[in-house]
Ligand binder design. Structure first.
Ligand code: CA
Length: 362
């Protein structure tokens, strides 16, 4: 009896140990492996918030993995030009990249749904869609075509509408306007008769100051203050109808990601989510303080786009989205899913956030 008990215990123990041993064996082998990876970004090196989000993502991955993944981060142009990040990660030249997916509209127009859609989802809505509303699966489907895996890894919140040297009172005031405005917003401006100009981040201030462009959008008060636009433009417009909650991305070469042990995959995903949270908080915590400084110290004239102008821009945006959806079957699938999600998100938002927001006036 006694002996049987001992054997039983030993047996249970052995089974337990055996299972743990089986589980541990491959983990032990991979636990010894150190991955020395490179991350290229679309941002100038250590660029406030945006570049910092890339730096932090790399730092947090190294910390959480106990040094099993070490990532060297390169600013745009340091290893590859900013707008070649997608190709560099897709081809496996480097393992990771950080940027915003609307920069890759030329690769596939549907990439833009994972960064910003004019009159689309705000930060809270984007997170809801990507994390829990089916967005990530569509992102995976799209990026798998390019041997990539994308994660939400930053958010700007609702941006500002931009810097102008004249008031925008009617839609006609946008005619002939040369404005730095990327992505779908630029296509909407073009339908209003404006001229969307692409200018690299580092050249916007000079272009605005010298009159090469008439207007520019960027992010919001905190970041725009650092860019110095208040020295070259008088009017600062809200809201950022064209970028209501721009999501930044961290992309990983899919083959390299799939080959990682599960725990390291989870660590990368978790670090991206932390960056996603951190950057939104950084903007939300500091925007108003910088806005006050712009208005009170630098005498920037704060303006709002009139409702009639926004309503017309929204109509143009519907046309832009219809054209995008007509590009190919996957664009249509993603566009339809995004708009269906936004519709039901807005219905709930109307009776939750929107009603709550009105209480601050009481
Ligand atoms: Ca922007």
């Amino acid at each position: 009896m006694k002996r049987r008990d001992i054997l039983k215990k030993a047996g249970v123990g052995a089974v337990g140990l055996g299972a743990a041993g089986l589980a541990l064996k491959p983990r032990k082998a991979s636990a010894d492996k150190v991955y020395n990876w490179k991350m290229v970004t679309t941002w100038p090196p250590h660029f406030p918030v945006l570049g910092e989000a890339a730096d932090f993502t790399a730092k947090w991955i190294e910390e959480m993995s106990g040094g099993r993944i070490k990532i060297t981060v390169y600013g745009g142009g340091e290893l590859v030009p900013a707008l070649q990040v997608f190709d560099a990660v897709s081809s496996g030249t480097v393992e990771m990249g950080h940027g915003a997916s609307y920069y890759w509209a030329g690769k596939h127009p549907a990439t833009q749904f994972f960064a910003a859609v004019p009159f689309g989802l705000n930060a809270q809505g984007m997170n809801a869609w990507v994390v829990a509303g089916g967005g990530q699966a569509l992102w995976d489907e799209l990026y798998a075509k390019f041997n990539l895996k994308g994660f939400a890894a930053g958010n700007t919140g609702v941006q500002m509408g931009g810097w102008f040297n004249k008031e925008i009172n009617t839609i006609d005031d946008l005619k002939g306007l040369k404005m730095r405005i990327p992505g779908l917003g630029g296509k909407v401006l073009a339908k209003a008769g404006g001229n969307a100009v692409l200018v690299a981040g580092g050249e916007i201030y000079t272009s605005l100051d010298r009159g090469v462009i008439d207007a520019t959008e960027w992010v919001g008060p905190y970041h725009d203050s650092k860019m110095g636009f208040y020295k070259a433009a008088k009017y600062y417009y809200s809201p950022g109808w064209h970028e209501p909650g721009t999501t930044l991305e961290c992309m990983v070469n899919k083959q390299k990601f799939d080959a990682l042990p599960k725990d390291l995959q989870a660590i990368i995903e978790t670090a991206c989510y932390r960056s996603n949270m951190w950057s939104l908080c950084e903007f939300e915590a500091k925007n108003n303080q910088y806005l006050k400084e712009l208005v009170e110290k630098h005498h920037v004239q704060l303006r709002q786009f009139p409702d009639a102008v926004l309503a017309q821009l929204k109509k143009y945006n519907n046309e832009v989205l219809e054209e995008l959806a007509a590009h190919d079957a996957l664009s249509k699938k993603i566009c339809d899913a995004y708009l269906a999600f936004q519709k039901q998100y807005n219905e709930w938002n109307t009776i939750s956030e929107e009603r709550y927001a009105k209480l601050k006036h009481l």
